[in-house]
Design a binder for this molecule. Structure first.
Ligand SMILES: [Fe+2]
Length: 187
């Protein structure tokens, strides 16, 4: 299986996050490790998942954080600076129900217009699964614990707290879909 895209993605993400935001980088590496668990299930899309996993939070890098909506900032960086693959850019832009956070920040129209939702539902769900079952320190967790940790860290009435509470039913449903698909895999 080709890993050309994800190897490039790893270099880009490391350059932006490893020094500036080491904890975010640790999380991103954990999310990428989770993507490897889904590689067999995703087949030809495994490299795309791995690339989007390592880059999903790149927009937190201080030098890239223009709007404060990190999926949008990250996607614009990948599109404008790197001319990255459109599917990859749209996955980063929409990771983990970013449209709902965009709505909280008054940026939903902007995000939707620039970066339409990717069409491949399993790939979108897989990225949610990887992100939402990985702690900030890169360890394995459950989606329930992850949501609770985010609410605790940001505060229930913060922008992120409101977003994640609204997104949580969707997050749990996406994780359940991936778990069902994994369980249905021939061993
Ligand atoms: Fe994120």
């Amino acid at each position: 299986m080709s890993e050309v895209l994800s190897e490039w993605a790893w270099q880009v993400a490391a350059a932006e996050l490893s020094v500036a935001l080491p904890r975010r980088w640790t999380h991103s590496q954990g999310v990428t490790a989770r993507a490897a668990d889904l590689a067999h299930m995703l087949g030809k899309n495994a490299d795309m998942l791995r690339a989007s996993a390592v880059l999903h939070d790149v927009g937190y890098a201080p030098r890239l954080a223009f709007t404060g909506l990190h999926p949008l900032d990250g996607a614009r960086f990948l599109r404008d600076v790197h001319g990255a693959d459109e599917r990859l850019v749209r996955l980063v832009a929409n990771h983990s129900f970013a449209l709902l956070e965009a709505e909280e920040r008054g940026l939903r129209d902007v995000l939707e217009a620039e970066f339409p939702l990717p069409e491949d539902q399993l790939l979108v769900d897989a990225l949610v699964y990887c992100d939402m079952t990985t702690t900030p320190n890169g360890a394995l967790t459950t989606a329930e614990e992850r949501v609770a940790e985010i609410v605790g860290r940001y505060g229930a009435d913060s922008v992120v707290g409101r977003f994640i509470r609204r997104a949580s039913p969707e997050i749990f449903a996406a994780v359940a879909r991936v778990e069902a698909a994994l369980a249905a895999q021939p061993r």
